[in-house]
Design a protein around this ligand. Structure first.
Ligand SMILES: NC(=O)c1ccc[n+]([C@@H]2O[C@H](COP(=O)([O-])OP(=O)(O)OC[C@H]3O[C@@H](n4cnc5c(N)ncnc54)[C@H](O)[C@@H]3O)[C@@H](O)[C@H]2O)c1
Length: 295
């Protein structure tokens, strides 16, 4: 049965998430905690199983913090995880499909084309891209009016913000439906016109790149560069620590994407490239600008 317009906004309708990495598993967790059914698609069954285990861990953490009254098993019972390309278990009952695959245009275009074929016409289509223009991703879609950026932040459970990025073809109704999807997650939405780096990446990446340049120039230690912002400007996290959290590879990809669009100030410092080449990708690899003990 095709669900009626607005059903998703009232809290029903499955949320399909493609890519169960850092962000996709966080997005899945947020919707599960809010009582939604979630269907997560991954490259193969073993990666899908790893995503499922990660989501369970996040839910256990929420339960420990008293933020999951119904309990882990009940929330997990609303999660379906499988290989991308298999038929959707949710069939017609999809409120939104959100892609959270790596930041590569051809891959995202391929995933969105697949989603357009398998999700019902009424469902929203969304991308969690941190930097790619919504217009560029919408270009391959037959019905781009329902396509919107839903930019979640890392770590998803702790972040209060979702950036709704409005492409030239996104309809006003899609923007309102996007807002009503994310607000029950306890997050606030800001609405941003499709422009390079949106609001957050444009400001955040620039600050991070400048902090790395300051480190190259030995202006101060990494700890003190971060303290300049945490103590001096009341940022909750310093720019180098935040780069470690986001992933140095993710930040480098965003900088390289924005450089030709926004100019030299987005040129990636050599130190960032060197660290990425050495595999020092930040907290996920236990080493970035700071070191993190292995569990
Ligand atoms: N890392 C961050 O802090 C952050 C913050 C906001 C937005 N983003 C954006 O979110 C997206 C995902 O980033 P991430 O950090 O979660 O990456 P990640 O590498 O942790 O996860 C990506 C996942 O996508 C899966 N995948 C790849 N191809 C696939 C396909 N065809 N079908 C299904 N799954 C596929 C991979 O197996 C992997 O598990 C990117 O667009 C990134 O720019 C990242």
């Amino acid at each position: 049965m095709a669900h009626s317009e607005g059903q998703g906004e009232r809290g029903t309708g499955t949320v399909v998430v493609v890519g169960g990495g850092l962000m996709g598993s966080g997005i899945a967790h947020a919707f599960l905690v809010a009582g939604r059914r979630v269907e997560l698609l991954e490259v193969d069954a073993s990666v899908a199983a790893a995503s499922r285990a990660r989501i369970r861990q996040h839910l256990e953490e929420s339960a420990r913090r008293g933020r999951l009254e119904e309990g882990v098993e009940r929330a997990m019972s609303r999660l379906e995880v499988h290989k991308s390309g298999d038929a959707l278990a949710a069939a017609e009952d999809v409120a939104v499909a959100i892609e959270a695959v790596p930041e590569m245009v051809p891959l995202k275009l391929e995933v969105l084309a697949l989603l357009e074929r398998v999700v019902p016409e009424e469902a929203l289509l969304a991308t969690n891209t941190s930097s790619i223009a919504i217009g560029e991703l919408a270009a391959g879609l037959a019905r781009p009016g329902r396509f919107v950026g839903l930019h979640f932040f890392n770590p998803v459970p702790a972040s209060l913000l979702v950036e709704i990025v409005v492409g030239a073809t996104t309809t006003p109704a899609t923007v309102e439906r996007a807002r009503s999807l994310v607000e029950p997650l306890g997050k606030q939405a800001i609405v941003v016109r499709d422009s390079p780096g949106f609001a957050t990446s444009r400001l955040g990446v620039l600050l991070g790149l400048e902090a790395i340049r300051m480190l190259e120039e030995q202006v101060a230690t990494p700890e003190d560069i971060d303290r300049a912002m945490t103590l001096g400007y009341k940022h909750p996290v310093g720019p180098l620590h935040l780069t470690d959290l986001v992933g140095l590879d993710v930040r480098l990809a965003v900088a390289d994407y924005l450089r030709p669009l926004l100019g030299e100030r987005f040129e990636a410092p050599s130190l960032l490239r060197e660290k990425v080449a050495r595999g020092e990708l930040g907290r996920k690899c236990h080493r970035g600008f700071f070191s993190y003990p292995e569990p």
